[in-house]
Design a protein around this ligand. Structure first.
Ligand code: AHR
Length: 311
């Protein structure tokens, strides 16, 4: 039996609110802030929801606690953006036991039993990784550098997160097809701007001949750009920079010429999850896996696209 609370409406009626618990990763990036905002502006009382939002501060233990807290509060639905893919079997079994439908948003879980979640909605991280190198191939071709030896460094996101695993694998798969591409260093910056800067500083000290930086999110690229400037190099020229997310500030950096390309990862999952909940409420089936369409933006189209960007 679904639990809900009631509030008086303007008409003096009572209305049942659907109680939704969202265990969010944290606030590590512009993308994440936009994702939180998308949920908070969608899951409002006016729209018929009571949202219990927990910022798990990039700590898996906090996410597990959040899920147990939602079970205790007898929410109607749980939405989880898992920080990392592993370690979910037992707590998701508790959620299932409590009969609470679980919706995965953004990142995935690695579980034996896929009946532990109803559905997943998010970006295709492997394809995003491939798209980064496809963009690079075209760019180098255009610059007449396709046959040069290219030294690549990569800043990874949180190790074990779907966004990191998918992008790392997609990038690696495409690099393996190019004998002249050399991945000379790869290290995590945890999707955080300051860590992106720190790791890039150490890459620059160790490797004087970096041609390309792949940063697994825009914020780490912003940090790395600071490090590159401080090292006396010109970001976007001396070092080609490709990142992921395509947030507002990335468009501004592309327009300034400091970032070469950003592979889109769409954070606006609030309305998508609300649509899933409405379908489940009316007894409809939902697809198990739902990918969101995503593009690639670069310095050629950044200025034209910026006014259309919603995050
Ligand atoms: O899971 C999506 C990733 O998480 C985004 O690329 C990154 O910015 C965020 O922190």
């Amino acid at each position: 039996i679904r639990k809900s609370i009631e509030i008086p409406t303007e008409e003096g009626m009572h209305r049942d609110l659907i109680k939704v618990g969202y265990a969010q990763v944290g606030a590590e990036s512009d993308w994440r802030v936009a994702n939180t905002e998308s949920f908070k502006s969608t899951f409002t009382e006016e729209n018929g929801y009571e949202l219990i939002f927990i910022d798990c501060q990039q700590e898996s233990e906090n996410q597990i606690k959040a899920l147990r807290n939602f079970i205790q509060q007898e929410v109607d639905y749980i939405v989880l953006a898992p920080i990392i893919e592993s370690g979910w079997d037992s707590v998701l079994a508790e959620v299932k036991e409590a009969n609470i439908p679980l919706i995965l948003s953004d990142r995935m879980v690695n579980v034996e039993d896929d009946s532990l979640y109803m559905t997943w909605v998010g970006g295709d991280f492997i394809q995003e990784g491939r798209n980064a190198i496809l963009w690079l191939n075209q760019y180098l071709e255009k610059m007449g550098r396709a046959d040069e030896s290219i030294n690549i460094v990569e800043l990874q996101g949180t190790l074990g997160a779907s966004a990191e695993i998918g992008r790392t694998n997609g990038v690696a798969e495409m690099i393996a097809q190019k004998p002249n591409y050399h991945l000379i260093a790869i290290e995590t910056g945890d999707f955080i701007q300051s860590k992106g800067k720190e790791v890039m500083e150490s890459f620059l000290k160790t490797y004087p001949d970096i041609d390309v930086l792949i940063a697994q999110n825009d914020n780490m690229a912003f940090g790395a750009i600071e490090a590159i400037k401080a090292a006396g190099k010109v970001p976007g020229k001396d070092i080609i920079i490709i990142s992921f997310d395509a947030v507002h500030a990335a468009f501004e950096a592309m327009i300034r010429g400091e970032l070469n390309a950003s592979v889109e990862c769409n954070p606006l999952h609030g309305p998508r999850v609300a649509e899933i909940i409405q379908k489940l409420e009316s007894g409809q089936k939902v697809e198990k896996i739902q990918y969101v369409p995503e593009g690639v933006f670069d310095q050629e189209n950044a200025a034209k696209e910026l006014p259309n960007r919603l995050y």
